[in-house]
Design a protein around this ligand. Structure first.
Ligand code: BGC
Length: 372
């Protein structure tokens, strides 16, 4: 009797979401899952690339907007995307010359990126985790909706060793958090650096540039790069540079400053060394958009944060509401280990060994700030 009464008053979003058809990719059916919380947030994600299609959050007047860039249809994602909303891996970010050596064996990866005319491997290769169909399952825990994505990356896929079993779970909590739990196991030692590649614009996707977004990073160092955007290996203090976000600064304030690092990246496209290196969940960044009052806090267990401010967006791609995505119309915050880790002996290791489980958590928490 009590159970029946409880069931009656449970809100609709307490049930595990069901997958709905969203087309076909790689000859396989693709499904979309819609998560809602009890505070007006809504997140849609599909099994192709574990891509987040939309994320709606209210502004200070209670008006909702979709704060991530993306397309309306699956075919547009298949055709051409700069990793909108996707999970990237097996190794997110760059590997110099597409080569690394592990246990005396050299592995060669596809060269799919060439910043400054210098070739490297980017975001897992030609067909990385962003371009495969994951298995999707709606889940629910304590009234919180989630979607669990699973993918088995076969031994040798994109040149990487070992069968890598990867699970990524997205949750949408009543604390207005989009929480991501990553885990992976392997049967041969392999590098793993999986991250999320959503493009945020807290004014709403398609609503112009992000130069007035104010950001703070809990990071007093970053990893400077060469002309090919590969880290030099140094951990450089941000103090006195345009990379110092230890106090809040607008993105546009210094993004065009005379600075070699900014020149290499065409703006911010760098990895910050987070102050928290404990492996526990800690605040990494705070983002504030003054006109809507929206805020986003990023918490992670990862030691690094790649911040990319949409320097390569050039108006060629049209988004889901029919508006072009122009230069610096979005911010990407990739919680991760440092770029080119397999070739950088002084960086925290990304090598996963058989018998061990890689576990990582990142939270994007949405809020509001009054005033401008
Ligand atoms: C990288 C950029 C790259 C972009 C691809 C980001 O993670 O830092 O350099 O252009 O991904 O869309």
């Amino acid at each position: 009797m009590l159970a029946a009464a409880t069931a009656l008053i449970l809100p609709a979003s307490a049930a595990a979401p069901k997958g709905e058809p969203f087309g076909t990719a790689n000859g396989k059916p693709v499904e979309v899952f819609t998560l809602t919380n009890h505070k007006g947030l809504k997140l849609r994600a599909m099994t192709y690339g574990a891509i987040v299609l939309s994320l709606e959050t209210p502004d200070r007047d209670g008006k909702s907007a979709d704060v991530v860039l993306g397309y309306k249809t699956l075919d547009e994602y298949i055709k051409d995307t700069p990793y909108f909303g996707a999970v990237v891996g097996r190794v997110g970010n760059r590997i110099a010359k597409g080569k690394f050596t592990l246990d005396d064996k050299t592995y060669t990866l596809a060269l799919n990126n060439d910043p400054g005319g210098i070739k490297c491997s980017l975001h897992g290769g030609l067909k990385g985790f962003d371009k495969v169909v994951w298995q999707g399952e709606g889940v629910e825990k304590d009234g919180v909706q989630g979607v669990k994505f699973h993918y088995l990356s076969k031994d040798g896929e994109e040149g990487y060793p070992g069968n890598l079993d990867v699970t990524v779970i997205y949750w949408l909590t009543d604390d207005n958090e989009w929480k991501i739990d990553y885990s992976a196991t392997t049967d041969k030692a392999t590098p793993v650096n999986v991250t999320q590649h959503s493009y945020f614009n807290l004014k709403g996707e398609g609503n112009g540039d992000i130069l007035d977004h104010e950001i703070t990073f809990k990071a007093s160092r970053f990893t400077p790069v060469d002309a090919g955007l590969i880290p030099t290996g140094r951990l450089q203090p941000v103090e006195g540079t345009p990379f110092d976000f230890t106090t809040p600064h607008k993105v546009g304030e210094r993004v065009n400053a005379e600075d070699e690092q900014l020149k290499f990246g065409g703006g911010y496209d760098h990895n910050w060394v987070l102050d928290n290196q404990s492996g526990g969940l800690a605040l990494a960044a705070v983002v504030h958009e003054p006109t809507t009052g929206r805020t986003m806090e990023i918490l992670t267990t990862e030691p690094g944060l790649q911040f990319y401010c949409g320097n390569f967006l050039d108006g060629q791609l049209t988004g889901k509401s029919g508006k072009p995505y122009n230069h610096r119309n979005a911010l990407v915050f990739e919680t991760q280990h440092y770029p080119d880790s397999p070739n950088q002996p002084t960086f925290p290791s990304i090598i996963l060994k058989p018998g061990k489980t890689m576990k990582s958590t990142t939270v994007y928490r949405f809020g509001l700030k009054s005033g401008k």
